[in-house]
Design a protein around this ligand. Sequence first.
Ligand code: SF4
Length: 344
Amino acid sequence: MTREETYTMMQKKLSRLMPDFEIKFKADLAYQINELKKERNAIILGHNYMEPALYHSIPDIVGDSLELARKAAETDKDVIVFCGVRFMAETAKILNPGKTVLLPARKAGCSLAESITAQDVRELRKKYPGVPVVTYINTYADVKAESDICCTSGNASAVVESLNTDTVIFLPDEFLAKNVARETGKRIVFPTRKPRRLKDDLLNYDIIGWTGRCEVHEKFTVEDIKNVRKQFPRVVILAHPECSPEVVEASDFSGSTSAMVRYVEKMNAPQYLLLTECSMGDNIAAANPQKEMLRLCSVRCPHMNEITLEDTLKCLQNMQYVIEVPEEIRIKALKPVQRMLEIS
Ligand code: SF4
C-alpha cells in the first residue's frame, strides 16, 4: 500500500473520530511501519485495546488474548511485534522460541500479572496438594510455568469444566474467578497471604482464588450502569468478565473483548456501552459507522496506552524491546499454554 493509499484507507475508517490532519500524521507513521514490517519479515499482532489509528492501520491480526496467542503459534514470520502488553508478548515467545518477539513499550505491564509470583503458586500447591492450577493468561511466564493449564476470559469456564475435578486453584483475578464460579455453578474461596478469616477446611470449596484485580475493570460500578440507563433507557451494556460479579449481573452481556465485538455487530440497539478499555468503543465505532457507541473514557488502561504508532516505528527501526523467557521456564510454561489452545 502506498503512503496515499494508507491515508485513504485510514480516512475511511477514522474520519468520524479524529480530524484530518491527525489522520494524515498517523497515516505517515503507519506507512513507514508497514514498509519496515516487510523489510524485517515481521508480523504485527494488535490487541483489541489499541488506540484506533494504530488498530486500523498496522496489525496483520487483531483480536483478544486467545485469538492472538493462536495466531502467534501459527506464524512463519521471523519477527513478532506485539502491540499489547508484556504478558502477551511473553506468551508469543513461549510459543515461538526461535523467533524475535518485540514489545514496542518497555513499561507496558498489567496489574493482574503483577499481583502474583511463581513462589505464591508454589505455596498454594503445597497447601492444596493435588489440586489443579488454572492461571489466567494475564500472568508472567514464571507463573504460567507453575500451572497445569492457562485460560483467557474467552475460555475460562470451558477450561475449568474440562478439568473434571471438584476443586480448582484459579489465579490471579478475583472477579474473573467469581464470574467463572457463577457460570460453572462452583463455589469459591480466597486463601491469600492476608486471608479474610478463612478456616482450614477450605477443600470443601470448588475454586480457590486469589485477589488480583484489573485496575481498569474493577473501577466500573453498578451505580455507573444505573446512571447510564437513566439517560439512555434502551442502551445495551456489555461488561468484561474482569468486572465485579455485581457489574456483570447488572449488564446485558459479558464476554471477552472479541465476544463483545461480535455481540455488538449482530445486535440492533440504539446505543451500546462497553465496560472495558475505552479504545474498544472507538475501534468498533470506526469499523461499524452505523453503531452508536457510548464511552466511559475516564477509565483507561495505562499499560495498553503505552503502545503508540511512534513507539512501534522505533520498535521496528531499533528492534526493541526484545522479549526473552529463560528456556527452563519457557519449556514449563509451554505445556499449560498448549493445553489451553488444545481445548479451546
Ligand atoms: S486492561 Fe487490565 S487486565 Fe488488561 S492489561 Fe490493562 S490492567 Fe491488565
